[in-house]
Design a protein around this ligand. Structure first.
Ligand SMILES: Nc1ncnc2c1ncn2[C@@H]1O[C@H](COP(=O)(O)OP(=O)(O)OP(=O)(O)O)[C@@H](O)[C@H]1O
Ligand SMILES: CC(C)(CO)[C@@H](O)C(=O)[O-]
Ligand code: BAL
Length: 281
């Protein structure tokens, strides 16, 4: 049975019943198969799984989509029930921030200043602050996050390690539609035409990642994105798996952020680089 709680007191009462390890899957709701995959991976290991649903105002910029972010609690609850989730914690803003905006917050450091951090000032500070609070409130031993938000996952791992938080952070591969589009709550804002345009993101990543020479990887991906007029690229970046400089060879990551209409989407893939193998485009 899945129990829905809204207050931190009701959450604490449910947590007291946990027989052992507590797992958490944090979300902003509007749940889709990507979220459900996180829940399934969590359930495979832990009998007690908490899903949090909270659209965190602290991680949205003033001109971002906080107000219009989809809120679909009834459907979300049904999805959590289907996946055998133990507790759904859907707090109000006052429950999470009883004293208003916190005066002590997380500082993401240099990794938080590039890519998403550069495009969304303050985003990662707000995100890490609420993740830390939700880890404390849920008393989680293990927490699951999607690779779709690759930089977010890297920062959460780093926070847990740097601050000795004693929680295990598990990354879960990105779940995609059959045509390659990464599942995202924001996909529902796309018109059919915009959805077709949005496919350029995953196509650019896939075809770029099929190359192994760094110049070719970026050139192929750039070309695909440039040829899609419905897409305005924010960044396309080839990095190491730690989001630092791309290695000359070995495991790397290709990341993209772009606006399709007024909807901002992100995606990324893993790839292997081998120098000197660039075939002409
Ligand atoms: N397609 C996906 N595959 C795997 N995990 C995902 C996917 N989409 C989201 N997640 C993960 O689910 C968790 C909650 O994410 P969130 O609620 O922001 O959903 P979202 O679809 O990423 O929403 P948005 O696109 O609006 O940011 C995060 O750990 C996120 O990485
Ligand atoms: C981790 C998170 C739930 C924190 O608000 C959010 O950033 C998200 O949904 O990815
Ligand atoms: N999925 C990352 C949360 C955000 O876009 O604010």
């Amino acid at each position: 049975m899945t129990v829905l709680v809204h207050s931190r007191a009701a959450l604490a009462a449910e947590l007291a019943k946990a027989p052992g390890e507590i797992a958490v899957v944090m979300t902003m709701g509007a749940l889709h198969e990507g979220h459900r995959q996180l829940m399934r991976v969590a359930r495979e290991r832990s009998a007690f799984v908490v899903v949090t649903i909270f659209v965190n105002p602290l991680q949205f910029g003033p001109n971002e989509d906080f107000e219009k972010y989809p809120r679909t609690l009834d459907d979300d609850l049904a999805a959590c029930r289907d996946e055998g989730v133990t507790v759904v914690f859907a707090p109000s803003r006052d429950d999470v921030y009883p004293g208003g905006a916190p005066s002590i917050t997380m500082h993401p450091g240099p990794l938080g200043e590039i890519l998403e951090g550069e495009s969304r000032p303050g985003h990662f500070s707000g995100m890490l602050t609420v993740v830390q609070k939700l880890l404390m409130l849920t008393r989680a031993n293990v927490a699951y996050f999607g690779e779709k938000d690759f930089q977010q996952l890297a920062l959460i791992r780093r926070m847990a390690r740097d601050l000795d938080m004693g929680v295990e952070i598990v990354g879960v591969p990105t779940v995609r539609e059959i045509d390659g589009l990464a599942l995202s709550s924001r996909n529902r804002f796309l018109s059919p035409d915009q959805r077709r345009s949005a496919l350029a993101l995953s196509r650019a990543l896939r075809e770029g990642a099929a190359r192994s020479d760094p110049d070719s990887v970026l050139a192929v991906a750039h070309k695909i994105l440039a040829e899609e007029p419905g897409v305005r690229v924010d960044y396309l970046a080839l990095t190491g798996t730690d989001l630092g400089a791309a290695p000359e060879s070995g495991a790397a990551r290709l990341l993209v952020a772009a606006k399709v209409g007024s909807t901002r989407l992100i995606d990324n893939v893993a790839l292997q680089l081998t120098p000197g193998t660039g075939a002409p485009l």
